[in-house]
Structures are given as structure tokens and as C-alpha cells.
Design a protein around this ligand. Structure first.
Ligand SMILES: *Cc1c(COP(=O)(O)O)cnc(C)c1O
Length: 402
């Protein structure tokens, strides 16, 4: 028997659940792109995007995904033959490094194991060795969505400042923006990138670059920048089409307008607190399940865990079995493990992930946990009893504190 009919729930770390209000805003006839409501609306979104990023800096919007944003900001700041430092904590850090290499940029890679955050001391050592200041940028992923580790961005700023190293601090917040606390200006981030389909609750297709004056100046030192990636006119358009270097992503913009309204109505602090509380409920359940079975959270230290995605090790092939079961029997789609293969599990079938980013509430997360606990029982996967109960008690405690 399948119990999957009803509203499906995509619990993967992007694309995330799209609010009905966002979908409804997108369901409309094609608008006039030359004058009227649409061009007027876009200018008004810039301050709201700055609020989400906690910055007073520049904003450039692209029609692209996260991979495109890796390339966009590198194209503006680092020329072929120049050097960047990439402290990678998982698949996404490696992906950004790979993008840089493909652009002819020299990459100094600091690899971490797949269970730890960026080590500021190793970044320090690499920057210290760079006496000639050849490194033009440090590329850091705030939350690496494969491992679900969250790194300390302000600590990287402190290292750069301490050494008086001029490299830009560039941060990928694709999995963390509007989920985990992030303060671009307070934390001294020069360039930050994000995309529409995770904490921002809009379908994939929009990318965002936030940058400060220092990064704008480094842009001017790059002799040749591809017309499409150049952020100069996008961030400071004289004509509406320059925002997007061509036709605007009309329907995505209507969706984004509503998503930003929802974000403003809730408030950044409340959004961060909601994600933290729901993540806490997930971890609580996982701790109970893991107490008498193979389940472990990939990141042992809770202070280094993302509040938007959780990577879990269940042992091959149970991760895959659980995902297939949940999808077919309950209408919940779990994330698969990526970049987590091991010698005895070359396809990473022992891993799975929960996405809990953006438009997620207590009832959704409790439903998710209930499904997983049911799956453990149905598939005879050993586990400690009472994970869901522990999660409900955790949330009751959070709510009682107000
Ligand atoms: C999802 C994600 C990306 C890639 O985004 P795409 O839209 O799939 O290209 C990059 N970095 C991080 C941290 C992500 O979570």
C-alpha cells in the first residue's frame, strides 16, 4: 500500500519548498518589460535584498543558478593566471575551485575532511606564506550543502585583517542565506553570492552577487570581463534592461517580490531562530535514533552544523532504501548524499540528507521526522525508539521559552 497521495513534500536541500503565495504571484500573463509595474518593482527589491544579506553594499542580479554565480563573481575580480585560495569543506567548495580552474585561475586548495569546518589556522598559514600577495581572493562556502558543515566567516576576516592581506573574502551563501545567521558587513565579507532556490523560496533561475566598494575597485583592475558576467551595469543600471543584461526574468521577479515580502514580515532574526529551532528538533530525533542503531549526524559538533541542511550516515544501502521508501510510500522526498562516497560505498548509498531551508514549519518537520521513524520500522533498520517524541519535547521547550 502507498500512503503517498496528498500534498508532496520535497525535503531536499534545494530546490526548496515554494510557498503558494510565490507560485500564485508567478501565475500571470507576460508583463510589459519596458515600462510600468515590473521595472518599478525591481528597483524596490534592491533594498530588500540588502536587508536579507545585512549589507549596505552593491547588488547584481543574474539569470543563472549557483554554478553561474561562482563564475560571475570570479569573472569580475580575478583574471586568468591570477591566484585564489579555496579552503574546501565539501563538494561545493571543490566545485567553486573547479570553476576557477576552468577559467584559467590558479587555485591553492586547502582540503578538509568531510566532517569539519574551515580551519582558520590553515587559511592563515597559506596567506602568511603568500608574502608577495599573489592571492586575489579567498573563496569560502558558508554552509557546504554536501557535508552540512557551517564555517565561521568572521574568523576568516580576522585572519585577513591580522595579516593585512589584501585578498577579497568571497563567500558562497547559497545554502545559508535567509536560513542561518549571516551578516555581510559586520563580518567583513567583500563579495557574497546566493541563488533563488533555497532560503529565498523561489524556483531556481536567479543568482545574486553582493559586493562592497573594495570588490568594485578590484573589478576595475581586471582588464577583460565578459559582458554577461560584468556586474557594473547590473548593480548601477541606467536603463532597465541593464539589470539583467537583456530580458528580465519576469515571472521569477514576481515570485521573488512576494518571497521578500514574506521574509520582511517575519524578520531576519525570527527566520534564523525558526531554522535553529527546527534544526534542533531534527538533531534531537537523530541523536535518539542513533543511540541504538547505525544512524549518525555527519557533523559531530552541533555548533558547526547548518540550520538548513543535515547530512546523515546510515550505512549502505540503508540511506538509499530509506529515500526510495519515503518517496514511494509517504510522499516525502529526502535528499541523497553527494560527494560522500567511501571505499566500501562508492555510490554513497549509505548517506542521505534532510533539506530544512526556507518555507518550513514545525508541522512539516515533525511530519518529516515521523516519516523517517516509520521508515526505520518498516525497513527493519535498527534505531533507538522515541526520536519523534524527543523532537516534540524539544520543540515544546523552545515554544515555552517564547
Ligand atoms: C546549491 C548550492 C550550489 C549550487 O547551486 P546550483 O543552483 O545547483 O548551481 C552552490 N553552493 C552551495 C553552497 C549550494 O548549496
Amino acid at each position: 500500500m502507498s500512503l503517498a497521495h496528498g500534498r508532496p513534500y520535497l525535503a531536499i536541500p534545494g530546490p526548496s519548498v515554494i510557498p503558494d503565495a510565490v507560485l500564485q504571484a508567478m501565475h500571470r500573463p507576460a508583463p510589459n518589460i519596458y515600462e510600468g509595474a515590473l521595472p518599478e518593482m525591481v528597483g524596490g527589491m534592491i533594498p530588500d535584498l540588502r536587508y536579507v544579506a545585512q549589507t549596505g553594499g552593491h547588488v547584481a542580479i543574474y539569470i543563472t543558478n549557483g554554478h553561474g554565480m561562482w563564475e560571475a563573481v570570479l569573472a569580475n575580480t580575478v583574471a586568468a593566471g591570477e591566484r585564489v585560495l579555496v579552503p574546501a569543506t565539501g563538494r561545493f567548495g571543490l566545485g567553486w575551485a573547479d570553476t576557477a580552474q576552468a577559467m584559467g585561475i590558479e587555485v591553492d586548495l586547502i582540503e578538509h575532511d568531510r566532517q569539519s569546518a574551515i580551519d582558520p589556522q590553515r587559511v592563515r598559514a597559506a596567506l602568511e606564506a603568500d608574502k608577495a600577495h599573489k592571492i586575489r581572493a579567498v573563496l569560502a562556502v558558508h554552509v557546504d550543502t554536501s557535508t552540512s558543515v557551517r564555517s565561521d566567516v568572521a574568523a576568516l576576516r580576522a585572519v585577513l585583517d591580522d595579516l593585512q592581506h589584501p585578498a577579497l573574502l568571497m563567500v558562497d551563501c547559497i545554502a545559508s542565506l535567509a536560513c542561518d545567521e549571516f551578516r555581510m558587513d559586520d563580518w567583513g565579507v567583500d563579495v557574497m553570492i546566493s541563488a533563488s532556490q533555497k532560503g529565498l523560496m523561489v524556483p531556481p533561475g536567479l543568482g545574486f552577487a553582493f559586493f562592497n566598494d573594495k570588490a568594485a575597485e578590484q573589478r576595475r583592475a581586471v582588464a577583460q570581463v565578459s559582458r554577461y558576467w560584468d556586474w557594473t551595469n547590473r548593480a548601477n543600471p541606467e536603463m532597465f534592461y541593464q539589470y539583467f543584461n537583456g530580458t528580465a526574468p519576469t515571472h521569477h521577479l514576481y515570485g521573488l517580490r512576494v518571497a521578500l515580502d514574506m521574509i520582511k514580515a517575519e524578520g531576519m532574526e525570527a527566520i534564523w531562530a525558526r531554522h535553529a529551532a527546527l534544526a534542533g528538533a531534527i538533531w534531537t530525533a537523530c541523536d535518539v535514533w542513533g543511540s541504538a542503531g547505525p544512524l549518525t549526524l555527519n557533523i559531530p559538533d552541533p555548533s558547526l552544523r547548518s540550520h538548513a541542511v543535515t547530512s546523515l550516515r546510515l550505512g549502505a544501502p540503508h540511506g538509499m532504501r530509506l529515500r526510495e521508501w519515503a518517496d514511494a510510500q509517504t510522499g516525502v522526498t529526502l535528499g541523497l548524499g553527494i560527494g560522500m562516497s567511501e571505499p566500501d560505498d562508492p555510490n554513497g548509498t549509505g548517506f542521505f540528507r534532510f533539506g530544512h531551508m526556507g518555507h518550513v514549519s514545525a508541522h512539516m518537520i515533525l511530519g518529516l521526522l515521523g516519516v523517517v521513524e516509520t521508515g526505520f520500522a518498516a525497513l527493519d533498520i535498527p534505531h533507538g525508539k522515541g526520536g519523534v517524541t524527543a523532537a516534540t519535547e524539544f520543540l515544546a521547550g523552545v515554544c515555552a521559552k517564547g
